[in-house]
Design a protein around this ligand. Structure first.
Ligand code: NAP
Length: 684
């Protein structure tokens, strides 16, 4: 008998006592046993705070990202993955369901690793937004910074995606420097435990960054009691447990942050123009059937309400029934099965009770059959399509049947469709199917505030569409109202949600010391010669050069217009330029000013600066007129070491200044600068 263990405070704890048998969803055989946790669950909190947090906060964002990428590779390695797939079948998942959970989960880690390296600095402080000058002479300013919270996050997961559901919470917390304590749902805890075991055994994660408590809700409650204001709880599951957590002492009294991802009556809406002959009609039917049957409908994002214009109701019903008739329900290990059983007999009873409740406002349209593998012990349930007898029947918009069940709901116009969708009380996602841009835009804007995500599906996007039911790591996942009011992922938004935003006020020098970025008004070093001659390692934030001056002449402007072909009237037509309310006369091209600036600050010889890869935040603050005399102040603003590549990124604060001391143009020049030979992988 495999007795599930918890990983707390640096070791695995095997329970001594017998516990609850967790059964294979299809065969009814015992897969594992869930017993009372053999460690003090609250010890996980202390260990996370004292060991995991400090270890994580010593690492930079890029170092954490590299670990995430390595963990993803480890999970995706053929042998590792197959061990997880074998267990995943026991949950009732087919191979393609498991792909979403296992490969999808590793994909979230990969995506976060890549984005973090591109979008976050190689430090552990994020500067949020622009510097706020608080004095006329730049002697007192403020910046907003994000720093890691010195707490832990308890992640309470639902049963349906034991790997993906865990990793989509773990990745942003890990990147933010916050240790995770994972509480898997009982039904599928054996798969989550196996994935955590692989992650721990890989030794890729700093000790304390990831702990696992295979705890009952009562044991979990003790753990939650030991949380305090720096900690957070991320919950995914039913609205009722979400509500119970909102009133838990930790949340209500100790100000522990709580994110709730709860249930949701997601809608798909066929737009009025999408008749049975349209491509969008076909996409709507395929997507609704897919959402009903992937993971046997046990997906928080699955389509529960399919809204169709009254005039297309019969056609939609016919097409859906025909497509559902082709779905092979059976043994998840059989490659010919499209859909496996529900996770457990208890879950099937819950879904059957929900269907009975839905039938108060709906009638059955289709109930499929199970083709293979059902010898009476599996939790099989065939897809069930209902039709609302009254589109406004309360149960249709309030009862979630967390299985392969959807209800067709007729509507009479865009306004009614919007109101019916909103009657779900707030959902994770809705999808719209149609080609008429005005109708689709009216629907999207009408329902957006009730949703975390809206998918617009017209034929032109059909081939590339990622589909109604796929939350993506770069997009926010979570919706308002009934769906919990929470928010997860969304690229770096998900990371920043784990960090504390603080406004730090002080002199620019102090703010530079805090952020590691040159803040306007802070000290500049001008004694080291041209900063382009310095290697990445020699260069310091604040190293600066003030260039020679040059005069911009009318002949320069004419020649630039001629050579580039940019003959916009403000550069070429005296009379028209004079009439311009902005310029009042001929002005230099902005790109000419940038080019002259480069001519002033670039060091021409071969040296550490390898390439200029772009410009950020460019503003032409003042026009440059013929006769203006410009010079450039170039200052090293930010350094980002790219680990092991032999070079790093350097952003240069660049200001083009005229003879009156006014800034004509301001921007950040982005360059790659080589390390000192032999350092960080640079050739010797
Ligand atoms: P659930 O019964 O609410 O359980 C979710 C998690 O909460 C499990 O780990 C469960 O542990 C734990 N739990 C139960 N009672 C608790 C308590 N009093 N205090 C703290 N934790 C407690 O949900 P489920 O049956 O696993 O999942 C299905 C539901 O989740 C559906 O309603 C679905 O819509 C929703 N869901 C939402 C999302 C989303 O992203 N919004 C994603 C997936 C699923 P035990 O398993 O040990 O009881």
């Amino acid at each position: 008998m495999r007795r599930l263990e918890s990983y707390v405070a640096g070791c695995w704890h095997r329970p001594a006592a017998n516990g609850r048998a967790l059964l294979d969803a299809a065969t009814g055989e015992t897969v594992a046993e869930l017993s009372p946790v053999a460690a003090d669950p609250a010890a996980a909190v202390a260990h996370g705070r004292d060991v995991g947090g400090p270890a994580l906060r010593e690492m930079t964002f890029h170092q954490r990202a590299a670990r995430l990428r390595d963990v993803a590779k480890m999970l995706l390695a053929e042998e590792t993955k197959e061990r997880l797939y074998d267990l995943s079948y026991c949950t009732g998942a087919t191979r393609s369901d498991s792909w979403i959970d296992i490969d999808g989960g590793a994909g979230v880690l990969m995506s976060y690793a890549g984005r973090a390296r591109r979008e976050l600095p190689n430090s552990n402080v994020v500067v949020d937004g622009a510097t706020e000058p608080l004095s006329r002479d730049d002697s007192f300013s403020a910046v907003h910074v994000l720093t890691s919270r010195a707490g832990v996050e308890v992640q309470i997961n639902a049963f349906n995606f034991p790997v993906w559901g865990m990793l989509e919470k773990f990745a942003p917390a890990f990147l933010a420097g916050v240790p995770s304590i994972v509480k898997p749902a009982a039904e599928t805890a054996y798969l989550a435990e196996a994935a955590v075991r692989l992650m721990i055994e890989s030794e890729l994660l700093p000790e304390g960054a990831l702990q696992l408590v295979c705890a009952s809700p009562a044991e979990l409650s003790t753990l939650l009691d030991s949380l305090s204001g720096a900690d957070s709880i991320a919950f995914t599951g039913s609205a009722s447990v979400g509500a119970a957590l909102r009133s838990h002492r930790a949340v209500a009294e100790a100000a522990v942050r709580l994110n709730v991802e709860a249930d949701s009556l997601n809608a798909a809406v066929l737009a009025p123009d999408a008749g049975p002959d349209s491509a969008e009609f076909g996409v709507f039917v395929a997507e609704t059937v897919r959402e009903m049957t992937v993971k046997a409908g046990q997906k928080c994002t699955a389509i529960r309400r399919a809204l169709v214009p009254r005039q297309h109701l019969d056609a939609a019903a016919q097409a859906l029934v025909a497509a559902l008739g082709d779905v092979a329900v059976g043994d998840p290990r059989d490659p010919d099965s499209d859909m496996g059983p529900l996770v457990s007999l208890a879950q099937r009873s819950e879904v059957q009770a929900s269907v009975a409740a839905l039938l108060q406002g709906a009638e059955p349209l289709f109930e499929g059959s199970v083709r293979s593998g059902d010898d009476g012990v599996g939790a099989f349930l065939a897809p069930t399509l209902l039709r609302a007898t009254d589109p406004w029947a309360e149960t249709v918009h309030t009862v979630e049947a967390f299985g392969p069940v959807a209800t067709l709901v007729p509507y009479a116009g865009i306004t009614e469709a919007t109101e019916l969708v909103a009657a779900g009380g707030g959902s994770l996602v809705a999808s719209l199917y149609g080609a008429d841009r005005d109708d689709m835009a009216a629907l999207a804007l009408g329902i957006a505030s009730h949703h975390g995500r809206v998918l617009m599906a017209d034929a032109s996007a059909a081939a590339a569409s990622t589909g109604h039911g796929s939350p993506l790591p770069m997009l926010v996942h979570g919706g308002p109202g009934r769906s919990g009011g929470g928010q997860e992922m969304g690229g770096m938004r998900g990371v920043f949600g784990h960090m504390q935003r603080s406004a730090v006020q002080g002199s620019p020098d102090m703010l530079t010391a805090v952020t590691g970025e040159h803040i306007a008004g802070s000290r500049a070093n001008r004694h080291k010669g041209h900063p382009f001659k310095l290697t990445f390692d020699e260069l310091e934030v604040g190293d600066s050069i003030t260039t020679e001056s040059r005069t911009v002449t009318k002949a320069d402007i004419d020649a630039f217009a001629e050579s580039t072909g940019d003959k916009f009237y403000a550069h070429t037509d005296e009379a028209a330029a004079a009439r311009s309310p902005i310029f009042g006369g001929i002005v230099a091209h902005g790109y000419l000013v940038l080019s002259f600036a480069a001519g002033l600050f670039v060091w021409p010889d071969e040296g550490p600066v390898l390439a200029n890869y772009g410009i950020d935040r460019l503003r032409f603050a003042k026009p440059t007129y013929p006769g203006d005399v410009i010079h450039v102040v170039l200052t090293c603003k930010r350094k980002t070491q790219l680990d092991g590549r032999g070079y790093g990124e350097v952003a240069w604060d660049t200001r083009v200044i005229n003879q009156n001391g006014e800034v004509n143009a301001a921007y950040d020049v982005l360059t790659m600068v080589a390390n000192t030979p032999g350092r960080n992988g640079a050739p010797t």
